[in-house]
Design a protein around this ligand. Structure first.
Ligand code: TEU
Length: 543
């Protein structure tokens, strides 16, 4: 299937639009906003999970894969959403959390009740309460094993203790999950995102002793085989699919996203979003290393191109802080930098993903008290930092730049109470800068919204952007991300030049003869020889 000129928009339903006035976003809220999304020009909507769930991890703890949590609406609401979206040429992508289920899932409950068939769905190991099968720290902190006294067994959970890992070695598990795909396909879904899908093959979890790093479960021995089987048996090759790959490698992703392998359309990988982490500690901030960012983007883009594999390109999602707060500027250059960052991603070789509010330049939440946070990872990290002796202030500062709640604050629609998200207090507090709203930006030709609209439109107009070859320029000029796309058929070329710093930046070479296609600054550049980019300015030139 052809999707190179398409753009995906990610919706976090809980924070998108509350149509029934309970402080939670819902499916009908999304339907109400379809005209806005069609106006933006996106082709697919990826919805994070809205299935029945105790919400320990905001829906990534699924208790029933084929039923909708009533707080999000009904199956009739979903059918209407699919139908209304289709009318606007928009397809829906659902989020399949297949590495683990909630411990409230029927399968796990049967396992707890002693049913061996269902115990074999999970990674249980016999043992005594004093000693887990091996030492391993879960992604959200604390041990990755939980003891069940009535069974005399431990079960594995890579994430929260209520997210029990499924055992993909068991063919019954794989058949159950295929049924889930078929169920949603039959409802008219156009694609799927697979949560941490590279964690599913971990045979050593059944036998290992001592200490095990979760990283050793990534890209496991049978992962390609399992993904191929899922794709083949459910006809996924006709749909758009993206796998979320935690701590993966270039060779693994080249393979997952190689059309000849018939696994997935593309992958999410995160190395470029770790350039402001202290080594091994996401809670310790470091100034963003733009040199490293450039190197990582280049290495992945070139490898994917060389092997004919396709990539997902993005800055933001529901697990990441807001990009403008992170690699851009929240103050004087807010708009210029938000636009520059959009350009930097959208003209890369791959499918761009926009996370709700990114197209408005929404910023980090600006929370100042632990009570404002909801996310289990943030709360655990706060407790751990305090226990390690960090002051309240320092721990809160860490959350303020890194918490996943930074991107989960409700969408800002228009002036008025709760920015038009809801009539009542929302489930999570609104972010700062409530004056940034969709309504205001839709009216303003200079807005970040209109810029994203243009980026999407240009992808559909210019083959160089959608499917051209990529090469990178100026590896040795710090803070300058520069690349060129070219369409072999027409010889059309586009050069992207992005200044990731608050200083003016002189671009080498003579650029006369190139036309200015886009400029993220409020006043367009007057000359291209010499070409001096202003702070956080990003431009696209065309020839
Ligand atoms: O995330 C997987 C994942 O490993 C990270 O993005 C994770 O949230 C981050 O590293 C924490 O530091 C996926 C989902 O996107 C996330 O929301 C879920 O919490 C997680 O899986 C478990 O299902």
């Amino acid at each position: 299937m052809e999707f190179k000129d398409k753009v995906v928009y990610q919706i976090y339903p809980k924070s998108f639009c509350d149509a029934n006035g309970d402080g939670w976003g819902d499916l009908r809220g999304i339907t109400e906003k379809l005209d806005y999304l069609a106006d933006l020009g996106v082709d697919y909507l990826w919805l994070t999970p809205f299935m029945v769930s105790p919400q320990k991890d905001n829906g990534y703890d699924v208790a029933d894969y084929c039923a909708i949590d009533a707080r999000f609406g009904t199956m009739a609401d979903f059918t209407e959403l699919v139908h209304e979206a289709k009318k606007r040429h928009i397809g829906l992508m659902l989020d399949m959390v297949f590495n683990h289920t909630s411990t409230e899932h029927r399968w796990f409950q049967r396992a707890l009740a002693g049913d061996e068939k269902y115990q074999a769905y999970y990674v249980f190991r016999d043992g005594t309460p004093d000693k887990p099968p091996f030492d391993c720290t879960s992604v959200f902190g604390g041990p990755a094993w939980e003891y069940v006294p009535q069974l005399g067994k431990w079960y594995l959970h890579c994430f929260e203790r209520s997210q029990a890992d499924l055992d993909w070695e068991n063919p019954d598990v794989r058949e159950e999950l295929k049924e889930v795909i078929r169920f949603w396909r039959d409802k008219g879904v156009a694609g799927f995102r697979f949560d941490v899908i590279n964690l599913i093959s971990k045979p050593q979890a059944r036998t290992a002793r001592g200490t095990v790093d979760l990283k050793s479960f990534m890209d496991g021995p049978r992962v390609h085989e399992y993904i191929k089987e899922l794709t083949r048996d459910t006809g996924l090759a006709d749909l758009l699919t993206v796998g979320e790959m935690s701590g993966t490698t270039i060779p693994a992703c080249v393979r997952y996203a190689d059309p000849a392998e018939k696994e997935l359309s593309m992958c999410f990988h995160f190395h470029h979003l770790k350039v402001d982490y202290a080594p091994g500690n996401k809670w310790q901030r470091q100034p963003a290393d733009i040199g490293a960012l450039k190197k990582i983007l280049q290495a992945w883009q070139l490898a994917m191109q060389e092997h004919g594999s396709w990539d997902a390109v993005f800055w933001c999602n529901h697990d990441q802080p807001r990009v403008v707060s992170r690699f851009g500027d929240e103050g004087r250059y807010w708009r210029t930098s938000a636009k520059m960052l959009g350009l930097a991603i959208h003209f890369l070789r791959g499918t761009p993903y926009i996370y709700q509010g990114e197209e408005l330049g929404m910023m980090n939440a600006g929370f100042t008290a632990i009570e404002q946070y909801n996310d289990v990872e943030s709360r655990n990290a706060y407790a751990a930092m305090r226990q390690q002796g960090l002051s309240d202030r320092a721990a809160l500062a860490a959350l303020a730049f890194r918490s996943r709640d930074n991107s989960r604050t409700p969408m800002q629609w228009e002036d008025g109470p709760h920015d038009g998200f809801s009539l009542v207090d929302p489930w999570l507090a609104m972010g700062r800068h409530q004056e940034i709203t969709a309504a205001a930006e839709q009216k303003d030709r200079q807005s970040v919204f209109h810029w994203y609209q243009q980026l999407i439109r240009l992808r559909k107009q210019k083959k160089a952007i959608a499917s051209g070859r990529i090469r990178f320029l100026y590896a040795d000029v710090p803070d300058l991300l520069a690349y060129q796309r070219s369409d072999e058929e027409t010889a059309a070329q586009i050069t992207v030049l992005c200044n990731f710093s608050a200083q003016p930046l002189r671009v080498p070479d003579d650029w006369t003869g190139w036309q200015l296609l886009l400029d993220s600054a409020s006043e367009p550049l007057k000359e291209t020889c010499p070409l001096v980019l202003r702070p956080f300015e990003g431009i696209a030139l065309e020839k």
